[in-house]
Structures are given as structure tokens and as C-alpha cells.
Design a protein around this ligand. Structure first.
Ligand code: HEM
Ligand SMILES: CC(C)=CCC/C(C)=C/CC/C(C)=C/COP(=O)(O)OP(=O)(O)O
Length: 318
């Protein structure tokens, strides 16, 4: 490879326009993270007390997925400089020299506009407006605004990832309700412990890239305390939600088990120091991160089960 085809700030290869393959564009959509995003949107849509025609429901979920993917592509467009510095992200399509920044930008904007317009045509203006706002929030407020500026980036920016069930609910009902706001709140409170557990074992990455994550600005001990505090608040919210319109006995059982497990892990993380964590290669932190994914999946599955039973006149506490 000639020097001219290397990126000047790193030794990463530079992409040539038009050479990217389908898989490279697909990777820009952050498909793995978006699976859970799309699942929470699906639960929002199905749990709503208004029946949706299956074709309309399928179209709505597809457009929400495309909108989420577009937001991921625009995030990678803006962050290609720091992505090339971090081990975890250095193989992404732009730093790996597969897709140019201009291609990623055009791809992201096209899909973002298309997803919003199509969701509007398929469902209603409230759902489309929420999708547009979510994309804007993730790309402009979180990625361009907060992420490189404040360690509260995750706490505030996490709202972006909490909107999808509200979008799903709005696609079915055309409105926002207490139930969909509760789903939002659950993801909002869940995001900080989900991310900070990972930040603890992705040691050095954010430091190297100069991103002011809590681990970098306030240190690792403080991050451990933050995880515990947020997990306690999350448990109160998640268990309390069992006694609202999205809950019921099945949800309560799931919430009690999962929150006990998550609290146990958060407490173990808080009790540890770096020497202990280094010794077992961050086993507890890795376990908590993995559990965070099951945690959210299980809570939303339980909400879906309650809503399905309600359809037969059996859900909730009545
Ligand atoms: C600002 C908020 C969030 C931040 C900073 C964050 C950060 C991360 C990071 C850095 C990873 C590591 C894996 C990767 O690079 O792909 C990850 C994984 C993951 N996140 Fe999050 N996350 C956030 C919110 C969410 C939300 C809202 C969801 C879904 C509702 C979610 C679902 C997932 C899933 C499913 C994975 C595992 C992906 C895999 O298997 O590789 N995250 N998250
Ligand atoms: C419908 C719609 C628009 C949904 C968007 C959902 C959304 C905003 C999810 C956020 C999850 C996510 C990819 C976080 C990564 O944070 P990061 O970008 O800081 O992580 P990185 O370091 O891996 O790039």
C-alpha cells in the first residue's frame, strides 16, 4: 500500500470512493446494538391498547430500525477520528478504510430522511416526529454535542436510546401516554450502569481517544459508586413499574429476580478495586455488562406478556 493511501493522522488505510461493499454499509447501521433497540420498539407497538394491522406494524418496525441504523451511520461519520484510536472501534468501516466519510454521511442522511417520511406515511405524524427527534438527539445532541464535552454524556445522551418504545407506542396509538413514558424511563435509568460497566473493562480506550467518560474524568472508584447508585434507582423504578399499566404479576416476578441479580453485581463492582479487578480480568464487570442486556430484554418481554394477557382480559392485577 502506498503512503498516499494511508490516513495522515493514523496508519489506518483511507477508503477510496465507490469501493465499499454491501456488508460495509450494513456495518454502519450498528446492527448488533440496534437489535435490542428494535425489540423495545416492537414491545411499545404491541403493548399499546390499539390493534395494528400486521403489515402496518411490520412496516413501522422496519422504518424504526432503518432510522436507528441511520443514526448509527451518522454517529460513525462524526466519530471516525476517535474510532480509529480505540481498539474496540478501529475495525469499523471508516477507520478500516472500507467506506469514505462522505459515503457514510450521504448514506446516513438518506436513510434518516427516508425512514422518517416512510414512518409518517405508514403510521402517523407523532411517531415520525419522535423518530426524527430521536435521530437528531443521538447524532447532534449526544454525538456532536455532549460526548466530547461532559462526563454526563451518557446520562443525558442516553435518552436517545430510550425513545424507541415511545415511537412504537405512538405508531400504534398516535399519542404519548404514561405507559410509554414509563418504558422510556426504564431504559433511561438502565443506560448508565449498562455503559459504565463496559467503560470499566474497556480500560484505556476512552482515555486514549480523549473522550471525557466518567472513568476518565472522575476515576474508576467514582464510576463504581455511580454504577451502584444508578442500579439502586433503576431497581426502584423497575419494581415500582410492576404496579402500573405496564406491569402485573409476571412482570413483577421477572423484575424481582433480574433486579436482585443486577444489584448483586453492582454491589460486587462497588466493593472491588482495580487490583482485584485486574487480577480476574474484570470478570465481574464483564458479567454485569452482559447481564444488563438480558435485564432489558427480560423486562420488555415481561411487559409484552402482560399486554398479551390483557388482550384476553387476564393481564395486570385484575
Ligand atoms: C448512550 C447510550 C449507550 C451507550 C453509550 C452504549 C454503549 C455501548 C457500547 C460501547 C457497547 C459495546 C459494543 C459495541 O461497540 O457495539 C454497547 C453494546 C450494546 N448495547 Fe449499548 N449503549 C447505549 C445504549 C444502549 C441502548 C439504549 C440499547 C438498547 C436498548 C443498547 C444495547 C446494546 C446491545 C444489545 C449491545 C451488545 C452489542 C453486541 O452484542 O456487540 N445500548 N453499548
Ligand atoms: C430509533 C433510533 C434513532 C434509535 C437510536 C437508538 C440509540 C440512540 C441507541 C444508542 C445506542 C448506542 C449505539 C450507543 C453507543 O454509544 P456511542 O455511540 O457513544 O458508542 P461507540 O463508542 O460504540 O460509538
Amino acid at each position: 500500500m502506498s503512503d498516499a493511501s494511508l490516513n495522515s493522522s493514523t496508519t489506518a488505510p483511507m477508503a477510496q470512493p465507490g469501493e465499499a461493499e454491501f456488508g460495509d454499509f450494513f456495518a454502519l447501521l450498528k446492527p448488533r446494538v440496534m437489535t435490542l433497540v428494535v425489540f423495545t420498539a416492537l414491545v411499545g407497538l404491541l403493548a399499546a391498547p390499539v390493534g395494528v394491522h400486521p403489515i402496518v406494524g411490520l412496516a413501522a418496525i422496519l422504518f424504526i430500525a432503518v432510522g436507528g441504523g441511520a443514526a448509527g451511520a451518522l454517529n460513525m461519520w462524526w466519530e471516525s477520528d476517535i474510532d480509529s484510536l480505540m481498539k474496540r472501534t478501529s475495525k469499523r468501516p471508516i477507520p478500516a478504510g472500507k467506506v469514505t466519510r462522505d459515503e457514510a454521511f450521504a448514506f446516513g442522511v438518506t436513510l434518516a430522511v427516508m425512514s422518517v417520511v416512510m414512518l409518517w406515511l405508514a403510521t402517523n405524524a407523532v411517531a415520525a416526529g419522535l423518530l426524527a427527534f430521536t435521530i437528531f438527539f443521538y447524532v447532534v445532541i449526544y454525538t456532536i454535542g455532549l460526548k466530547r464535552w461532559t462526563p454526563q454524556n451518557i446520562v443525558i445522551g442516553g435518552a436517545a436510546g430510550a425513545f424507541p418504545p415511545m415511537i412504537g407506542w405512538a405508531a400504534a396509538t398516535g399519542s404519548i401516554s404514561v405507559e410509554s413514558v414509563l418504558m422510556f424511563a426504564l431504559i433511561f435509568m438502565w443506560t448508565p450502569p449498562h455503559f459504565w460497566a463496559l467503560a470499566l473493562f474497556m480500560k484505556g480506550d476512552y482515555h486514549k481517544a480523549g473522550v471525557p467518560m466518567l472513568t476518565v474524568t472522575h476515576g474508576r472508584k467514582s464510576t463504581r459508586t455511580h454504577i451502584l447508585v444508578y442500579t439502586v434507582l433503576l431497581a426502584v423504578l423497575a419494581i415500582g413499574a410492576a404496579f402500573t399499566g405496564i406491569g402485573g404479576p409476571i412482570y413483577l416476578a421477572v423484575a424481582l429476580v433480574l433486579n436482585a441479580m443486577f444489584l448483586r453485581d453492582a454491589y460486587a463492582i462497588w466493593r472491588r478495586d482495580e487490583v482485584m479487578a485486574e487480577a480476574d480480568e474484570y470478570r465481574v464487570e464483564k458479567k454485569a455488562f452482559k447481564l444488563s442486556l438480558y435485564y432489558l430484554f427480560a423486562h420488555f418481554t415481561a411487559m409484552l406478556a402482560e399486554a398479551a394477557l390483557a388482550g384476553f382480559g387476564l393481564g395486570g392485577w385484575v
